[in-house]
Design a binder for this molecule. Sequence first.
Ligand SMILES: Cc1cc2nc3c(=O)[nH]c(=O)nc-3n(C[C@H](O)[C@H](O)[C@H](O)COP(=O)(O)OP(=O)(O)OC[C@H]3O[C@@H](n4cnc5c(N)ncnc54)[C@H](O)[C@@H]3O)c2cc1C
Length: 398
Amino acid sequence: MRTLHRSRHDVVIVGGRVAGSATAMLLARLGHDVAVVDQALFPSDTMSTHSIARSGVVQLHRWGLLDAVLASGAPAIRQVTFHALGESVTRTIKHKAGVDFLVAPRRYVLDTILAAAAERAGAAVRTGITVTGVHRDRRGQVAGVYGHDRGGAPVDIGARYVIGADGLRSRVAHSVGAPVNEARPAGGAIQYAYYGGIPWAGMEFFVAERSFAGVFPTHHGQACIWVCTPSADARAVRRRTGSRVEAFGELLGDSAPQLAERLRRARRTSPVRGMLRQPNQVRQAFGPGWALAGDAGYHRDAVTAHGISDAFRDAELLAVAIDQALGAGVEETAALALYQQQRDRALREIFEITCRLAAYPAVPAFIELQKQLSAANDKEATALASWPVSGERLLATA
Ligand SMILES: Cc1cc2nc3c(=O)[nH]c(=O)nc-3n(C[C@H](O)[C@H](O)[C@H](O)COP(=O)(O)OP(=O)(O)OC[C@H]3O[C@@H](n4cnc5c(N)ncnc54)[C@H](O)[C@@H]3O)c2cc1C
């Protein structure tokens, strides 16, 4: 007979990557009894390129994890080059909000660093567990999750709060019936692959009509090479080419011919992966006994490469809210409503820029939006840098 694994915690978090493990780490540092479960085993990759915007780097720094990211071999990126309208402009990353470089660690590295930090802080991290639904108590309040491990044994975890950090197709959001409060057109596509064997000077961005491509230097001398386009264009190229690799080559050749030329001397070290029709949507972030963090609650096109930073910011806002509800005697609905309000305010500017970029306006307008994005990133990073040091009781008053 299969054994039932049953446990109870203050908080159970479904999904253990950037949103889930960060929330678990912060709640555990605040003294709460937290379990985080993920159907994946770590280290493992997920579908994502992985440039971290300055605000995300600030969060890693504040949480004491930036050194571990550098120690993993992710290079400190100190220079960014923009190629557009026949010109190339290179800038050094300025010292702002306490950081003077960016990083683009592979997700199998970053997510594992976060899960280990959550575990060190005292969270129970359980991988290989698939959650299939939520329990409700007699009042209709969400009171736990159920599912199974990889061997099929049932798992049952009771909790005062259930957090869905289980990504775009969130099972928790689905189970609690979290409505999408705002949905915008989902027209953008992204394709990417890894290349090694040639040097990378820093991050690079290539703006062309109806496309945006680039280079994110990462571990082992490799770089993530990506191209964003309208989905219709990616589909059309895929239809007339023989393979994903050929389609990727054609898209890159059109978007960034100099880069495509350089890549002829490089070696592709991965398959081409990607996503079409990326949703731009904001879900209701909480209800009785539940809350959502990361992509489960807010998803945006990858053209602004901001999802990891959004997840880090919202993890901290949510950890503070749950801490207030669990420990500081703040009424649950008031604490979680404040979380939603803060999240919705914080995401707004870059969400609007993302939606406009994902519509691929003409190159001058696209460049103007990139400048707005850069200013919005700096503003967000400065705000985050002023929050109290996480893990201190002070965090709860952020
Ligand atoms: C192609 C692409 C490129 C991107 N590039 C960037 C970029 O350069 N920079 C950036 O900042 N962002 C980027 N993003 C966005 C970024 O990847 C996401 O915002 C980020 O991964 C969200 O993290 P998360 O923790 O919310 O969810 P996820 O990373 O999706 O993690 C969810 C976890 O939940 C687990 N899970 C799901 N369902 C269950 C279940 N039922 N039971 C148990 N576990 C479950 C999954 O196994 C997974 O590990 C990109 C996204 C895509 C698709």
